[in-house]
Structures are given as C-alpha cells and as structure tokens.
Design a protein around this ligand. Structure first.
Ligand SMILES: [Zn+2]
Length: 176
C-alpha cells in the first residue's frame, strides 16, 4: 500500500505536464484542448454563450508574437469574438481562465467560465458568547416552555407500605 501511495505521489505532476506537453505547438490539442474547454465552457467573449466545443481554441497572446500553447494562454473564441483582437480590442489572460478585454473605447470586460463545481459556502459564524446568567437563562426558558423546567409530577395515590414486622409483634398475642 505504501508503494501505491508513493507511486501516486510521484505521478502527481503528470496531468500538469500533459497540459504543457508542447508549448510551442501551433494549435492546442489533446488534454490541453479538453482542459480549456471544460474550464471555460463557453467562448470567452463578453456575454457570449457559444459553447467552447463550437469555438476555436485561441491564443490569448498570438502564437506569431511568441504566445505559448499553455492553459494560461489559450481560451475558446467563437467565430464572432475570435477576430475581435484584429478590430481594436485587446485581450489579456492575467491568470489561467480569467480573460480581460479592453474595447476600442477603453471599456474593460472581465470574463471567466462558470465553475464546474460551485464554491462551497462559508461555514456559519460561531454563536456569540452569551453574557446571560443562569437566572436570566432560566427566566427566558420559562417564558417559552414552562413545562420543560418543572419537576416531573410524582404519583400521590400510592397504597401505604405494608406494616413492619415490629408492628405485628405489638398487636395482641394470639389466644393460646
Ligand atoms: Zn463568442
């Protein structure tokens, strides 16, 4: 079992290496292409809902300008948005999967694919430490549920206990 854990640990970087298998390639293919399509889900154009599977895998920084074929430089671009970079828009990917567009008029748009698994909500805050004294707590509880604090009702109609043996001896002796 230890050998299995060691093997899994040794291979922990393998998926990442597969994504960065060929950073000089002209096109994103194989595991890198799959990873980007799943990560971004849609075209990264502002407000665009065209599925990544029906978009080109675009280099954020152009391949011809030294942009590498890595997850941090690839994003899906549909037929409408892919050419926007030639129409005065600039596109940046400051972190893998976050796309920052600047329009020809200087407006900035940030896009990011919807996460496959939503983030877990923050845990509830710890209850505040109460300054309530025992007497105050007692009063407060009585206001809401009087019965839970009352002692249980005891049975009152119990038959009297049988007479003790000494009492029997004190009675009149039998006539013999
Ligand atoms: Zn698009």
């Amino acid at each position: 079992m230890l050998a299995e854990i060691a093997a899994a640990w040794a291979g922990r970087d393998r998926p990442r290496r597969r994504l960065a298998a060929d950073p000089e390639a002209r096109f994103a293919r194989g595991p890198l292409a799959e990873h980007v399509r799943i990560r971004d889900r849609n075209c990264v154009g502002p407000g665009c809902t065209r599925p990544a599977r029906r978009s080109d895998l675009d280099h954020t920084r152009e391949h011809s300008r030294g942009g590498r074929t890595l997850a941090a430089n690839i994003g899906p671009g549909c037929k409408r948005h892919h050419p926007d970079k030639d129409r005065g828009w600039t596109l940046d990917q400051p972190e893998p999967g976050l796309f920052v567009w600047v329009s020809p008029l200087g407006r900035t748009y940030r896009t990011r694919g919807e996460p496959v698994r939503p983030e877990l909500p923050d845990p509830d805050p710890a209850p505040e430490v109460s300054e309530e004294s025992a007497a105050q707590l007692d009063r407060r509880l009585r206001r809401w549920e009087r019965s839970i604090l009352e002692p249980p009702v005891t049975e009152t109609s119990r038959p009297p206990p049988p007479p003790a043996p000494e009492q029997l001896r004190d009675e009149e002796p039998p006539p013999f």
